[in-house]
Design a binder for this molecule. Structure first.
Ligand code: 5GP
Length: 207
């Protein structure tokens, strides 16, 4: 497993369910055709319109557990009621050979990836308010009432973790939020770095 220093750029995009990260990832990938998307494995059911190998690689639980045991995943987590895992292969390929890869993962996944790839960029997409988040989740209509409750409770817990990320985007307008993410990623890939108050760290690259 390649760790911090590599040629490629790892971009972590996270948000609570309904925060808008999937739509933002689609917009970024449509605009930047050379960027890759890390297709995760999941044990959840395929939704209408999803295609195996495109949004996710759909596997059953024993298969997932087998893959995890073989070290197939860079990280894996139980999210809501299912398992999700980021395959190492495509991620390491980009890190070693160059390019940009986007990861759409939950907060736990984001923390694990950041630990393994400290030079990754992490962006957290926040819905403008809890009430708006609730509205968006309901409008999506992909979950039963019980599943929706699980997602809502998890979302609120995840939102508390926003300050662990390099950048936060408040998603009031999806196009503006996607444009902001695009600028952030491009600035960062050409070397613009933010170290918060720890500016001395920025100088350390010249030593
Ligand atoms: P959904 O089932 O709505 O597609 O995704 C549920 C949650 O799982 C989202 O927060 C999504 O970002 C997260 N997720 C998707 N793939 C992975 C993964 O490989 N690892 C982790 N930790 N979370 C993931």
């Amino acid at each position: 497993m390649q760790s911090s220093k590599g040629k490629g750029k790892v971009i972590i995009i996270s948000s609570p369910s309904g925060g808008g990260k999937t739509t933002i990832c689609h917009k970024l990938l449509r605009k930047n055709k050379q960027w890759k998307f890390s297709v995760s494995c999941t044990t959840r059911q395929k939704r209408k319109g999803e295609k195996n190998g495109r949004e996710y690689i759909f596997v059953d639980r024993p298969e997932f557990i087998g893959l995890r045991r073989q070290g197939f995943f860079a990280e894996s987590a139980r999210v809501h009621l299912h398992y999700y895992g980021t395959p190492c292969g495509p991620l390491d390929k980009v890190v070693n050979k160059g390019g940009v890869i986007l990861l759409d993962v939950d907060v736990k996944g984001a923390a694990s990836i950041k630990k393994k790839y400290p030079q990754s960029l992490s962006i957290f997409i926040l819905p403008p308010s809890k009430a708006e988040l609730k509205r968006r989740l309901k409008r999506r209509g992909t979950e039963t009432k019980a599943q929706l409750d699980v997602r809502l409770n998890n979302a609120i817990a995840e939102m508390e973790q926003h300050n662990r990320f390099d950048y936060i985007i408040i998603n009031k307008d999806i196009n503006e939020a996607a444009a902001a993410a695009d600028h952030m990623i491009k600035s960062w890939t050409v070397g613009v770095t933010h170290f918060g108050r720890n500016k001395s760290k920025a100088y350390s690259v010249y030593k």
